[in-house]
Design a protein around this ligand. Structure first.
Ligand code: SF4
Length: 332
């Protein structure tokens, strides 16, 4: 089992809202989690569950207006990132916490050679001159498996394949040796073979550099092989948090169970004919139902579920927010 280091990020009661003409959208609603050095944390949920907004909030990249971080703390190495000014955040982004996105084509500048785009962060954060920064860019591209990097570094993003562009984004993200890499659906736009290679690359970089990773995905198959801990999000809240093996072996929240049942399993071939699909759709975040937001879709709902918000129930190393387990663990 992997040995994890000290806690480097503590998110406490984070709430991020969007002011819209229809009302206040609570995209992230009281989210708390810790991230330890070297840990890979998966944040899983359907579209609109709040996973991407949570991570944009960590870097204070939520567009204001209409968005705003309404409350909470983001403690990075003990310092609350919500208290610093924009200049403080500019130094944190890329240098301490960096991010890669789903579609590198929209994140890479089509008019700049790849080497220059990687060099930019090295010039800004490490004070290298342009030549030295570009040399370092070539080294980085070589280290993440770009063939013939000496030549290819000086090409434009459109000359790269999808997998190479994602590798270039990763090179850019790790160029300054961040403590945390946030990967937002990093493999969704790639075919399965390249997807596996990119996940393997992130995993090996995390181990080699003792870098923590936050992996955002809607795909439980992605988190199974790479994450240590999983947070399942629904309607802007974390509804279950557990070590990856425990979550797969014994999912406790009905939503987690539904997500797992909707993943194709080769080991069950012939045993299950149809994939499960969670009935209904995610709730309107402007007008959540009373009690548990998952109640309209839950096949285990009880009377109390429509009356009171479920408590967070803590077990030894996991939590679940559901009335079904209120008698079993410690209510916080
Ligand atoms: Fe289902 Fe009730 Fe648990 Fe919500 S609290 S997930 S409605 S059983």
């Amino acid at each position: 089992m992997k040995t994890l280091g000290e806690t480097i990020l503590s998110v406490r009661n984070l709430s991020t809202v969007f002011d819209t003409e229809y009302g206040v959208v609570k995209a992230v609603d009281g989210v708390s989690f810790d991230l330890r050095r070297g840990e890979t944390l998966g944040i899983v949920g359907e579209s609109g569950s709040g996973k991407s907004v949570t991570n944009l909030s960590l870097l204070r990249l939520v567009p204001e207006p209409p968005g705003r971080i309404a409350s909470g703390e983001i403690l990075f190495k003990g310092r609350n990132l919500l208290e610093g000014d924009e200049e403080d955040m500019r130094l944190v982004r890329g240098s301490n916490i960096s991010m890669i996105f789903q579609d590198p084509m929209t994140s890479l500048n089509p008019l700049l050679r790849v080497s220059l785009q990687i060099a930019e962060a090295l010039q800004l954060h490490h004070g290298l001159d342009r030549k030295a920064a570009e040399r370092k860019a070539v080294e980085l591209l070589t280290s993440i498996g770009i063939p013939d990097a000496e030549t290819r570094a000086y090409e434009y993003p459109h000359q790269y394949s999808g997998g190479m562009r994602q590798r270039a984004m990763i090179a850019m993200a790790i160029s300054c040796g961040p403590d945390i890499l946030i990967a937002d659906e990093p493999t969704t736009a790639l075919d399965v073979t390249i997807q596996a290679q990119i996940l393997e690359l992130i995993k090996s970089l995390s181990a080699e550099k003792t870098m923590s990773v936050i992996m955002i995905t809607h795909d439980l198959g992605v988190v199974a092989g790479i994450c240590d801990t999983i947070c399942v999000m629904y309607a802007g809240r974390i509804v279950e948090k557990a070590p990856v093996d425990e979550l797969f072996a014994d999912p406790r929240h009905p939503y987690t169970r539904g997500l797992l049942d909707s993943v194709p399993r080769v080991d069950l071939a012939g045993g299950r004919r149809r994939l499960y699909s969670i009935p209904g759709s995610p709730p309107d975040l402007v007008d959540l139902p009373p009690g548990c937001p998952f109640r309209p879709r839950c096949d285990k709902a009880m009377e109390i579920c429509g009356q009171k918000a479920p408590p967070e129930v803590g077990f030894e190393d996991r939590t679940v927010v559901c009335w079904l387990h209120a008698q079993e663990g410690k209510i916080s």
